[in-house]
Design a binder for this molecule. Structure first.
Ligand code: HAM
Length: 418
């Protein structure tokens, strides 16, 4: 029996890594296009950080333990509490609004199921220090554009937008005691995924008005304004107002949104919203900063890319090129190995991706390796020395070049982008 990995944890073989790097590259590229700067926090935090801020569901899913210094610690299940902690400590050093993104791995002790593992990667994008709805519009636009970078369209995914203030106003209007708000929000959050009776039980006396509001969709001028802002950018077809979205995390205060595939096959691709009180809570009231952000996971996104042919093809093309080498050095005569290796070194110094056989190998096998590795050219070191034979692996054309002019010749005649 081979040792198994833990349930919910993935091994990333080279193909999986290529796909992951493709996802990370798109994430990074679009976040930078929006002027966001990359940052990172630690993978381990004090358990308290999450107990206080994330809400009960995530605390039940913590990977936590006591470390050797008797500290209660947890692998991070999300980035937002860390961000709030870091901003509270360093806020003065940065001009507002702060626009930061981060790509990292997160851990939740969830029941393993399609789209949900015990580790996953997230892109987090957050804006700190801007109350205006313009920031919410910018953030949702960024989220849409990140997904568009994977060749996904409005036919493939939808951003469901809501507002927690819509519900807190509703609670006030219906005289719901404030201490019940959090529970009711949780029940509304789960209502689409749970049997109606279970939700009704949790809502108690307020079941009827809540169900009626969910059915009618409610009205929110703020959300309509948000959609108008996206319409001005040509992105309105990607969003829909859905007050049934309230998000599971405890700290959200205003606009919230979640992204789903249009076909409704998968779990949420991304989610986020405003958390204007979190930084103040984490700094015990000494600092108050408006904040909003979202996170997109790699697991569901990967599933969706595999599902949509155009997106899958875009990924295949991008990753196929990524894996190719440029040059395969064929050592046709072992006496030439030292000369060949000297050139391998020079070619690699120039930035080309170069491979060669580590041990004596039949020439036919070497060409086979060149093909398998996707080499654009093969360089043959044999009887022709001090000339080197260049074989174009695409066309089969061959030519002889003096070895001391080889680098210049390759640069001038071949596009071997490294
Ligand atoms: P979240 O909705 O808990 O939000 O997670 C964001 C995304 O991470 C989900 O939509 C999903 O794609 C992915 N994800 C979450 N848990 C798992 C899992 N167990 N397996 C695979 N993927 C998963 C947050 O984490 C907030 N902190 C987002 C945020 C940032 N809010 C403001 N700024």
């Amino acid at each position: 029996m081979f040792m198994q990995s833990l349930p919910g944890f993935r091994d990333f073989l080279p193909d999986d890594c290529a796909k992951r790097n493709y996802i990370f590259a798109r994430w990074r590229e679009v976040a930078r296009r929006y002027g966001f700067l990359e940052w990172e926090g630690p993978p381990l935090e004090t358990t308290d950080l999450y107990k206080k801020k994330s809400g009960t569901e995530i605390v039940e899913q913590l990977f936590n333990f006591i470390d050797k210094g008797d500290r209660e610690v947890a692998l991070r299940p999300e980035l937002t509490p860390t961000l709030a902690r870091v901003v509270a400590a360093h806020e003065r050093e940065f001009k507002k609004p702060i626009k930061w993104f981060s790509i990292g791995q997160f851990f939740r002790y969830e029941k393993q199921q399609r789209g949900r593992l015990r580790e996953h990667f997230q892109l987090n994008c957050d804006i700190i220090g801007e109350k205006n709805l313009a920031a919410d519009i910018e953030l949702v636009a960024l989220c849409i554009d990140v997904l568009r970078a994977f060749a996904l369209t409005e036919k493939d995914f939808v951003v469901r937008i809501s507002d927690r203030e819509f519900w807190t106003d509703f609670f006030r209007g219906n005289n719901v005691p404030a201490e019940r708000w959090a529970d009711l929000l949780q029940a509304i959050d789960k209502s689409a995924r749970e049997p109606r009776e279970k939700t009704a039980d949790k809502l108690g006396d307020f079941a009827d008005p809540v169900f009626a509001t969910l059915k009618s969709g409610g009205k929110s001028p703020k959300l309509e304004q948000l959609v108008e802002g996206l319409r001005a950018r040509g992105l309105a077809d990607f969003v829909t107002i859905d007050v049934g979205i309230v998000r599971g995390l405890a700290y959200y205060t205003g606009v919230v949104f979640e992204v789903f595939d249009r076909a409704g096959k998968f779990r949420a691709i991304a989610g986020g919203g405003r958390y204007d009180n979190l930084i103040s809570q984490l700094s015990d009231g000494t600092l108050s900063q408006a904040a909003l952000g979202f996170a997109m996971g790699d697991v569901v996104l990967g599933e969706l890319i595999d599902e949509i042919p155009v997106a899958r093809e875009a990924m295949r093309q991008a990753t196929a090129d990524d894996r190719r080498i440029a040059i395969y050095v064929v050592v046709a005569k072992e006496e030439r190995r030292a000369d060949a290796l000297a050139e391998v070194q020079q070619l690699r110094d120039r930035g080309y991706r170069v491979d060669y056989p580590l041990t004596p190998t039949k020439v036919a096998r070497q060409f086979q390796a060149a093909e398998e590795l996707g080499a654009r050219i093969a360089l043959l070191y044999g009887d022709e020395w001090p000339q080197v034979k260049i074989k174009n692996m695409g066309t089969g054309d061959q030519e002889l070049v003096a070895h001391n002019g080889l680098l210049a010749h390759l640069q001038a005649q071949y596009s071997l982008s490294s």
